[in-house]
Design a protein around this ligand. Sequence first.
Ligand SMILES: Cc1ncc(C[n+]2csc(CCO)c2C)c(N)n1
Length: 217
Amino acid sequence: MKWTDKTWKTIEPIYQKIIEMPFIKELQNGTLPLEKFQFYMGQDSFYLENFARSLALIGAKAERVDHALDFIRFAEGAIVVEKALHDSYFQEFGLENRGIIEPTTHHYINFLKSCAALDQVEVAMAAVLPCFWIYQEVGDYIYKNQSAVANPYQKWIATYAGEEFRTLVIKAKGICDSVAENCTETQRLKMTEAFKTASRLEFMFWNSAYQLENWKV
Ligand SMILES: Cc1ncc(C[n+]2csc(CCO)c2C)c(N)n1
């Protein structure tokens, strides 16, 4: 069995919790309060910027040059998405500035950056995979289950349910499977652990937006 298939099974309960989250349900039916979406966008802007930096670092460390090129392109893609947030979504949803990096975003960003800097490159590759894969699954899920009424978040949903994004996810999964094949079982378990932690942090990220979680001091 492929490493990706085996690993997805370990996070199935986390994925189920994600699609039941109020943030996701309300995004799906268009009732998510604007304030919560604004908070999410502001935090996602910080996330994307640092996610891109982590991807670039992984690209630099990749053993195979074709993997290096893929990761450098993923990094570019994340910066392009961040720019789109700033240039159009911030304005469309009335967000003047992105605020500061709040606790969960801080945790997630620093987890990715420390994996990229200090862990074996294959483990870092596994740590960034949920960002791609969970978004695709959630995007597809929302797209299929959305109500017929006009949804203010429709454009955002379409980004992740689209064909272009699907191709990207297939590529990221393929890279993880190919590097996993050349790892020892211990290393593969470390990859799975990193994937699981990042999946939990994806859950936490949406939850923190729904709670408008902040440092308080
Ligand atoms: C917290 C959080 N996690 C994942 C994504 C999804 N995402 C945004 S850009 C990109 C790859 C582009 O190369 C992916 C997978 C997000 N937006 N925010």
